[in-house]
Design a protein. Structure first.
Length: 193
């Protein structure tokens, strides 16, 4: 019985060593990248040539979850000795004054400001992410969105809109807008040409 256990232990040790040597990772690629570079991501996920292919699993992607630019990452093993890191990046949407950007899902993307196509965002106080994203979608022609504790402004080519809360601006997005400054309140609308 003791020799059977020793034989089984020897067999398992041999299989373990063989699995680390017999199928090394020879080919590694990262696909789906737009703004990120492959090499640092592969290094972070420990997807390097020479690693044991059999031991490369989805657990290696955990460190990539800390990167705000990565919306989704998957690991594919198309054949023995090959691994593919598939990445879906978040897209910058609203440029912020500090050079970062808000992604379409509200995630803060460091350095994404120059890549963001949306209107410029300026403001003081806590960043109202959801309100800014909703306003940018409701007013695609907006040139600038501003926020303060007093309310929000939407700068359009034909004028400026102000409301103390985003809901009023969202309701007004469907209305015919006069030129000039428009102030929206729960009790009415004030227009200054």
């Amino acid at each position: 019985m003791g020799s059977m256990k020793a034989l089984l232990a020897l067999l398992l040790a041999t299989l373990y060593v063989a699995s680390r040597v017999a199928f090394p990772l020879e080919e590694v690629e990262a696909v789906g990248l737009v703004h990120l570079e492959a090499e640092p991501l592969l290094l972070q996920a420990r997807l390097l040539p020479g690693e044991p292919w059999l031991w490369v699993g989805p657990g290696r992607l955990a460190p990539l979850g800390q990167n705000p630019w990565i919306a989704e990452a998957r690991l594919e093993k198309p054949r023995p000795g090959a691994a593919r890191l598939w990445v879906r990046e978040r897209r910058p949407f609203l440029p912020l004054p500090d050079g970062s950007a808000l992604a379409e899902d509200g995630t803060l993307l460091p350095g994404g400001g120059p890549l963001a196509p949306g209107p410029r965002v300026e403001g003081k106080g806590p960043l109202p992410k959801e309100a800014l994203l909703a306003l940018a979608r409701a007013y695609p022609e907006a040139q600038r969105l501003r926020y303060t504790p007093a309310g929000l402004w939407v700068d359009l080519p034909e004028g400026t809109l102000f409301a103390p809360e985003p809901g009023l601006l969202l309701e007004y997005a469907q209305a015919v807008r006069p030129k000039g400054e428009v102030y929206l309140y729960a009790w009415g609308v004030s227009v200054r040409p």
